[in-house]
Each structure stands twice: as structure tokens, then as C-alpha cells.
Design a protein around this ligand. Structure first.
Ligand SMILES: [Zn+2]
Length: 277
């Protein structure tokens, strides 16, 4: 899928729902990739890019520490700059198991540090200038404790990574710093700050979405958190909550769906439950 007058290419989506969405931004000096999918995806990404540009990949931005977003990093030359949030840089050194999900092989250790971040940021970072400018933001904890929000101002495009993975219960990787309780506030900050975006690339959804969709996701997440907290305060149990909770009608109409077959929601409910005093 070619976007922005041939200046970006989005690879993945429908055909590769299990691998994170990769965005490619062709600048005057080289290609900037946002996320590199699973291990083994480096070369296929390079091959695909050759269809749109002769320029080499010069920078990788990873939105967070999960294997399906950083796995291809090790297949690029060591000269490629790798940019992440400072917490993600720390987490990528460890590749901790995902809460409620799989263990992650320490791919970077196996490759003598190849593909690890070489440049980090805390709250905000701008790389490039003019039409090549990219703005990175950190708005707080969400899917992990180091989710980067990547903006291409010239194209009015945002890559939200798994902080907005799709229209479903947010996977909360507490082992890598996620917070269910803070998640809605993090999204609210993104929505309030990023006012010049037309197109939102998500971590896994089949199509691009909009900032209105992101705002709705924030509402959905906020309602889920409130429901879990109300259940805990009412003396119910996590299992009872998971058994009886259903996606509210308003969100079903928006295309929200249960992902129980891919990832049961119980561990995510438990994260919110444990954060609720
Ligand atoms: Zn993820």
C-alpha cells in the first residue's frame, strides 16, 4: 500500500495481522522505518522497499519493545540508527516476557547488541527537517511503559504502534511497564496534542484509522477501566467480571470485537484490578 504520493509505503495489515504494522518514510537521504515486525522480516521489508526506492534504510524507529515490532531490527546493517523512547531502550536490552503473553527471546543479545537503540528520547524528539521532519512523543504509560507516538507532520500521519493496536481490549503488558489506569489519560494527551493528523496507522488494525477513532479508543479504554474498578469495589471477582463483561453496544457499532481467541482479556483485567486500590 503506497501512501502520501509515493513517499510512504505501509506493509502488513490484512495479510500479516500477527506482525506489527511497518511504516516506511522515504526522506532525501534514506528510508526511515517505523517498526520491523517479527524476526525474519528484515530482508522481506528491504526487498519490498526496493519496489519504491533505491535509497537504503538509514533509521529505524521502534514504537515499543515487543518482538512483533522490533524483530527485524537485527537484519539491518549496524550503521542504521535505531531510535526509541528511553524506557523501551532499557526494556529491549532485557526482552522481558510479555504479561499474559509469550516469553520473548533475547534477540539482541544473540546478535551481540545489533539492532538495539542508539538514540533515545524522554518526552519529545524531532529528527530531520522540512518535509523530512519526524516528531516523536511520549505521553505516558499505556500498552507498555515506553510507547512512542511517531508523527510525520508533512503527511499529517501518525503511527501509534500498539498504544492504539486496534478496536479491541487493550493488551496491557505490565511486565514491560503498561498501565491500564493511566492508559485513558495517555490517549487523551495524544488526542489533545496531535491536532494536525488525518491518518492514524495502528499497531495491528487492517486499515488506517483517524484521530476520531483514537478518541473513541480512549473512551472505550476509560469505560473498561471504570467497569473493572466498579467490580472490584463491589466485591466481585476477576473471573466473575471476565465472564459477564461484554463490549458495549456503542463500540460494537464501531467495529470493536473480542480478541479472546488471540489473547484472553483476563490478564489485562487483572492488571487494572491490581492497580486499583
Ligand atoms: Zn505490543
Amino acid at each position: 500500500m503506497i501512501r502520501g504520493g509515493g513517499r510512504t509505503v505501509q506493509i502488513g495489515g490484512v495479510s500479516l495481522p500477527q506482525a506489527g504494522t511497518t511504516a516506511a518514510f522515504v526522506t532525501g537521504t534514506g528510508v526511515v522505518l517505523v517498526d520491523t515486525k517479527l524476526p525474519g522480516w528484515g530482508q522481506p521489508l528491504i526487498d519490498k522497499l526496493k519496489e519504491v526506492t533505491d535509497k537504503p534504510v538509514t533509521m529505524i524507529i521502534n514504537t515499543h519493545t515487543h518482538m512483533d515490532h522490533v524483530g527485524g531490527n537485527v537484519e539491518f546493517p549496524a550503521t542504521v540508527e535505531v531510535v526509541t523512547h528511553e524506557n523501551t531502550a532499557m526494556l529491549m536490552k532485557e526482552m522481558r516476557p510479555v504479561s499474559g503473553g509469550p516469553t520473548q527471546p533475547n534477540l539482541f543479545k544473540e546478535h551481540n547488541g545489533r539492532g538495539l537503540p542508539t538514540r533515545t528520547f524522554k518526552d519529545r524528539l524531532t529528527v530531520g527537517s522540512g518535509t523530512d521532519r519526524i516528531d516523536l512523543y511520549y505521553f505516558g504509560r499505556a500498552h507498555t511503559g515506553g510507547d512512542a507516538w511517531v508523527v510525520f507532520p508533512e503527511l499529517r500521519v501518525l503511527h501509534a504502534g500498539d498504544a492504539f493496536g486496534g478496536k479491541a481490549v487493550p493488551p496491557l503488558d505490565a511486565n514491560n511497564g503498561a498501565s491500564g489506569v493511566e492508559y485513558p489519560q495517555t490517549i487523551a494527551k495524544a488526542v489533545a496534542t496531535l491536532t494536525d493528523i488525518d491518518t492514524v496507522i495502528t499497531g495491528h488494525y487492517q486499515t488506517t484509522l483517524t484521530m476520531t477513532d483514537l478518541k473513541t479508543y480512549g473512551d472505550f479504554t476509560g469505560e473498561l477501566v471504570q467497569s473493572v474498578q466498579a467490580a472490584k469495589k463491589a466485591g466481585r471477582t476477576i473471573d466473575d467480571f471476565v465472564k459477564t463483561w461484554t463490549i458495549p453496544d456503542r463500540y460494537l457499532k464501531e467495529g470493536y470485537a473480542s480478541m479472546e481467541h488471540l489473547r484472553p482479556m483476563r490478564p489485562d483485567v487483572e492488571v487494572i484490578w491490581n492497580e486499583t486500590k
